[in-house]
Write a protein that binds this ligand. Structure first.
Ligand SMILES: *[C@@H]1O[C@H](CO)[C@@H](O)[C@H](O)[C@H]1NC(C)=O
Ligand SMILES: *[C@@H]1O[C@H](CO)[C@@H](O)[C@H](O)[C@H]1NC(C)=O
Ligand SMILES: [Fe+2]
Length: 435
């Protein structure tokens, strides 16, 4: 038996202990990925992604290089056997010297809930597979904003792919194309494996704007490529809409559309909230880009005007959870309203940490505001598993050395279960009826 010097043993044990508790070293921003050009037929469908449309329907979106491919989707519940077919529409746009491919949008359905479908786009090409969301609890959302297309984005997407989710919610800043339209195409290719299999429900961030004063209106590329169910939800803009899934009402607001009380968005939000039957729909979730509760130095106060305009409506309606992006870090609040802790207020979560090329926002304000429950500057993603009418499990997973590490986890109980809704509804009606 080898005898070891006891001092050496102590030194080794110390070294192990120190390295196990050593401070987590923040990784640096990573560069955009390289996307080698693939050779393929001009009718080959690429950038395939899906989103929920009207009840029991799914919108399939894809791009072809040619303009003559039909906007048709064939689908069925067995591979290679397509028992139904739907015809859609197509669009394209040009932007300075760039001309987009043909962007097809085709709504399929009615579809069964919680069911796998096989489909192909444009009457040929490869087969894709999607799963429709369940009609009742539990339902799992993967959530993360400010994705971009870097090495960190790739690891975030890898982790989201490993989480068994029903839908992905993205609170703005998708491709970071920033006027380079080709980057919208590479982003579409990067997310296709996930976005062709589960609905991706997105709202716009500042990086989607791409306007040129007096020359180009904003959101041209975003609106053409990421068409969301705004018509289905009575909105007249792709920048804000809502949908209902498994007893959860999800509202996507626009931080970059007018939101004052005379705006279309404000009237639409009021109308949408008043239609939600809280006897049936137990959870109410709202997403937008620029956070209202943010104790990071980055983008400090940018959400304040929208908060002042819209928070009273959300409070009166009893919104359970508000998710934002924009700040490249993670933060979770306690239930709060108008800056004050309130058991009937919303939980605010910022997840602008998808992995974009701009890097992390590492400086937080001190002292920590009373409403802030958890904050950490790291890339990562969130998972929201709604178990039933009263309980949801929220967790946030940081990209530590490319492995997902659960860093924050908390049970969130619904406002319905804490008895906040009855009184709220009354208050809400009063606001609705006020001129
Ligand atoms: C909701 O349920 C309560 C009691 O169960 C009932 O009084 C109320 O009318 C219901 N509201 C709606 C909008 O159905
Ligand atoms: C809801 O889910 C939570 C967590 O799993 C559980 O403790 C609770 O009993 C459930 N409630 C009902 C009514 O099933
Ligand atoms: Fe942003």
């Amino acid at each position: 038996m080898v005898r070891m010097d006891p001092k050496l043993v102590v030194a080794i044990l110390l070294l192990i202990a120190v390295s196990a508790t050593a401070d987590y070293v923040r990784p640096k921003a990573r560069k955009n990925l390289d996307f080698p050009r693939k050779s393929r037929g001009s009718s080959h469908p690429h950038q395939v992604h899906i989103s929920v449309a009207k009840d029991k329907h799914m919108r399939i979106t894809w791009v072809t290089d040619d303009a003559s491919s039909p906007s048709v989707v064939d689908y069925g519940i067995s591979p290679g056997k397509y028992t139904a077919s739907a015809q859609g529409e197509s669009t394209s746009y040009s932007y300075l010297f760039y001309s987009s491919g043909t962007i097809h949008h085709t709504v399929i359905g009615p579809l069964e809930d919680d069911m796998v479908y096989f489909y192909r786009c444009g009457g040929g090409g490869p087969e894709f597979k999607l799963k429709t969301p369940p009609s009742k609890f539990p339902i799992t959302f993967a959530i993360g904003g400010d994705l971009g297309q870097t090495g960190w984005t790739a690891s975030t997407l890898d982790h989201i792919g490993r989480c068994d989710h029903d839908m992905y919610l993205l609170p703005g800043d998708l491709s970071y194309a920033d006027y380079q339209q080709r980057l919208w195409d590479t982003f579409g290719e990067l997310v296709q494996p996930l976005a062709s299999a589960r609905p991706w429900m997105v709202t716009e961030g500042n990086h989607e704007k791409e306007n040129i004063p007096l020359f180009k209106a904003g959101f041209q590329s975003y609106n053409a490529r990421w068409k969301m169910p705004f018509e289905e939800s009575g909105s007249n803009s792709n920048l804000y809409y809502s949908f209902e899934v498994a007893g959860v009402h999800v509202i996507m607001l626009g931080s970059y559309a007018d939101y004052d009380e005379y705006s279309d968005q404000y009237s639409w939000l009021k109308a949408d909230l008043s239609k939600v039957d809280r006897n049936k729909t137990r959870w109410l979730i709202v997403l937008f880009h620029a956070p209202w509760y943010n104790s990071n130095k980055a983008h400090q106060g940018e959400g304040d005007d929208m908060k002042a305009a819209m928070e009273p409506l959300l409070y009166a309606a009893g919104v359970d959870i508000v998710v934002a992006g924009h700040v490249h870090a993670y933060e979770r609040s306690k239930r709060v309203n108008n800056g004050i802790l309130d058991p009937c207020g919303s939980v605010h979560i910022t997840v602008g940490d998808g992995g974009n090329r701009e890097g992390l926002a590492e400086k937080f304000l001190n002292p920590v505001p009373e409403w802030s429950a958890f904050r950490e500057a790291s890339f990562g993603h969130g998972e929201l598993k709604i178990m039933n009418a009263t309980h949801a499990l929220w967790s946030w997973h940081r990209n530590d050395d490319d492995e997902p590490v659960r860093s924050d986890q908390v049970w969130i109980t619904s406002l319905f279960s804490s008895g906040c809704l009855t009184e709220k509804r009354h208050e809400f009606r009063k606001i609705l009826m006020s001129p």
